[in-house]
Design a protein around this ligand. Structure first.
Ligand code: PMP
Length: 399
């Protein structure tokens, strides 16, 4: 033992001798959001083997929860072990092959990211551009479809970098008329803004666990329509499909065996603790999504935050009222202030996170997330009070 110790050239890290310290914080950034006790407690349960019947049963329950949250009957509805990016990659890798044309609607960072992934897999990427803060009309999309004749259209429902909610009405039907599949990113919107996968004819829809669903990051719900799975179906002879064989192992057909056919399959060792949490999360979100679908936007806490007379008031709000994302609100950085001073002040003095801009909005906006259990009037009041304090106490340039 002494000899083995004498061979060690790296000492044990002192920091690891101290117990883990996690401060209490109110997470009102663009995600992750706070995790309710029931979901946290689920993640702390004992592990079971990933092929044990109890785990398979939980996976079935998660699948039913995803079908409910997405409002879909799709058999290929599952949770990818990974973050929203993994689901985005899974969607693109399963729909596209080298040389296939994909039209990517870009009005913020998430379209850029999808275009990047699609380029890496060798697809022919055509970009449909709108300035950040704007959304796409059916006319914009139809023009792109006619010009590029893509196999897949990628679009972001909730653009978390700009705070824009993309209207989806009529989009699926339009894509299908042009022999194209519709792929929608709902990482920042699912559960906070209405989405109806089957009725809206969305072919592939994915989200993430750490935003409105209030679960830890690491489990991303995704669903594929029958049309997206079947080559040569009514999308035309060149229809892409999961059935063509996916380029990556981790996202391959073995998943489908497990999630569609319910067969225990060695895909990966699934993230069982995360799944416990996800099961509880889908249980909780069952009522929350229904609420989101029918809630009048005017009454939501995010609209209260922007009412005239609050410290944010309407003049500071960015974006069109009609297409404002209810889960993540962007407001202009108040004049004369540095956004970093404000976010740091809130963190240090109020134990509260809000965030600066991302991609095209860096330095221009503050992003405030009100997601799932965090979306309450009480939290809005706490935030507005903290912001008033920040505006009084942070340095302000008079220029
Ligand atoms: N799409 C959107 C709209 C997002 O807001 C995010 C995360 N901010 C992602 C994709 C990527 O998700 P993740 O960070 O979980 O990988």
């Amino acid at each position: 033992r002494a000899m083995a110790t004498s061979l060690l050239r790296v000492s044990p890290p002192e920091a690891l001798l101290r117990p883990l310290a996690v401060p209490e914080r109110l997470l009102l950034g663009p995600g992750p959001s706070n995790v309710p006790r029931r979901i946290r407690a689920a993640g702390a349960r004992q592990l079971l083997g990933h092929m044990h019947p109890e785990v398979l049963q939980v996976m079935d329950e998660i699948k039913a929860g995803i079908q409910y949250a997405f409002q879909t009957q799709n058999r290929l509805s599952l949770a990818v072990s990974g973050s929203g990016h993994c689901a985005m990659e899974a969607a693109l890798f399963n729909l596209l092959e080298q040389g296939d044309t994909v039209l990517v609607a870009i009005n913020g960072i998430w379209g850029q990211r999808a275009a990047d992934i699609a380029r890496r897999l060798g697809a022919n990427v055509c970009e449909l551009l709108k300035p950040p803060g704007k959304y796409f009309t059916l006319g914009d999309i139809e023009q792109g479809l006619l010009q590029h004749r893509p196999l897949v259209l990628f679009i972001t429902h909730g653009e978390s970098s700009t705070g824009v909610l993309q209207p989806l009405e009529g989009l699926g039907e339009l894509c299908h008329r042009h022999g194209c599949l519709l792929l929608v990113d709902a990482v920042a919107s699912l559960g906070g803004a209405p989405i109806f996968m089957d009725q809206q004819e969305i072919d592939v829809l994915y989200s993430g666990s750490q935003k409105v669903l209030n679960a830890p990051p690491g489990s991303a719900p995704i669903s594929f329509s029958e049309r997206a799975r079947a080559p040569g179906s009514d999308t035309g002879p060149t229809a892409p499909s999961c059935a063509r064989g996916c380029l990556t192992w981790g996202l391959s057909s073995l998943w489908r065996r497990r999630w569609v056919q319910g067969k225990p399959t060695t895909t990966t060792t699934t993230t069982t603790s995360t799944e416990w949490g996800q099961r509880e999360d889908t249980a909780l979100c069952s009522w929350r999504c229904a609420w989101a679908a029918f809630d009048a936007r005017e009454k939501s806490p995010s609209s209260v935050m922007l009412s005239p007379g609050t410290v944010l008031g309407s003049p500071g709000a960015v974006g069109l009222k009609k297409a404002r994302l209810p889960t993540i609100t962007t407001v202009r950085v108040p004049e004369g202030y540095d956004w970093k001073d404000i976010t740091a002040f809130l963190m240090d003095n109020h134990g509260m996170e809000i965030s600066g801009g991302l991609g095209p909005t860096v330095g221009k906006v503050l992003r405030i997330g009100l997601m799932g259990c965090n979306s309450t009037r009480g939290n809005v009041e706490r935030l507005l009070g903290a912001l008033r304090d920040a505006l009084q106490r942070c340095p302000r340039s008079r220029l």
